[in-house]
Design a protein around this ligand. Structure first.
Ligand code: DGL
Length: 275
């Protein structure tokens, strides 16, 4: 069976589905493979070495499924593993395949959203400590002042589907207040973790219009369209059969229920074991 010509989307768990959803909306005709490493999530509080190892395993799995291009739909993996994979692994082991991250596409348009020039970043500990957003925005929009807040409990709450609990909502509110305490003129907040759009309605209730919440999915989908237009040789290798496949390290029933809700269409996953 010829399994080539696919686009892979990788995340530590459910979050990447918010990116896949936007990509499929923007570019519906390609063949996509999603892989969520739910059983080993969260990645955000793990060591650099562990995040790199898990991300490389995920990317290799997707290449073996026939992906020509893999999107790391995970900020933590993009911050910690993307560059090493692009610079050291691809040239040696997968010279014809490509891996793209979500941080750069999420920063390129930020200037168009903010009026005060004060931008907040909410992300995992790994993403925030990497300072990737600070560095990227300093290059692209040096006039913007950036304020960051790590939210270490958000991904566990979302993966465990505990986000509607009273404790969960208190945790979201307290991290958001901490961000606004850093500067209350923040008018734009990047949800710099692909899990966070799953709880947008809860976050909006807490923020009460103080700032615009930026979800990465549509930004990444837009940039992917550009990228494919600029790389016609790669684009020609991609099949256009409207196919979707899902893999996860999580149990099938648990994954399907939550994923179907997030993705907005029925998801039928195959469980795999990477370890
Ligand atoms: N969706 C991942 C991200 O964008 C969550 C990482 C984690 O598992 O902590 O960072």
């Amino acid at each position: 069976m010829d399994r080539s010509g696919k686009i892979g989307v990788f995340d530590s768990g459910f979050g990447g589905l918010t990116v896949l959803r936007a990509i499929v909306q923007e570019l519906p005709n390609y063949n996509y493979v999603y892989f969520g490493d739910n059983a080993r999530a969260p990645y955000g509080n793990k060591s650099f070495e562990r995040i790199y190892e898990y991300t490389l395993e995920g990317v290799t799995f997707l290449f073996n499924q026939g992906c020509e291009l893999v999107i790391l739909a995970c900020n933590t993996a993009s911050a910690k593993a993307l560059r090493t994979i692009q610079q050291r692994v691809l040239p040696l082991k997968f010279p014809n395949q490509r891996v793209l991250g979500v941080i750069r596409p999420s920063t390129e348009e930020i200037e168009t959203f903010t009026r005060t020039g004060k931008v907040g970043i909410l992300g995992t500990e790994g993403t925030i400590n990497s300072k990737s957003y600070l560095l990227e925005l300093a290059k692209i929009s040096p006039k913007i002042e950036v304020f960051q807040q790590a939210c270490p409990l958000w991904v566990p709450l979302i993966e465990e589907r505990q986000y509607n609990s009273t404790a969960g909502k208190l945790i979201f509110a307290s991290d958001i207040e901490r961000l606004f305490q850093k500067n209350n003129a923040i008018d734009t907040v990047i949800l710099a973790c692909t899990h966070y759009p799953i709880i947008t309605s809860i976050l909006e209730e807490i923020i009460q219009g103080r700032a615009k919440l930026i979800e990465q999915g549509p930004l990444v989908a837009n940039k992917l369209r550009d990228y494919l237009e600029r790389h016609p040789t790669l684009e020609k290798t991609l099949k256009k059969e409207f196919q979707l496949q899902f893999f996860s390290t999580e149990q099938e029933d648990y994954f399907n229920d939550h994923a179907t809700e997030i993705f907005g269409a029925r998801v039928c996953v195959q469980q795999i074991n990477l370890a």
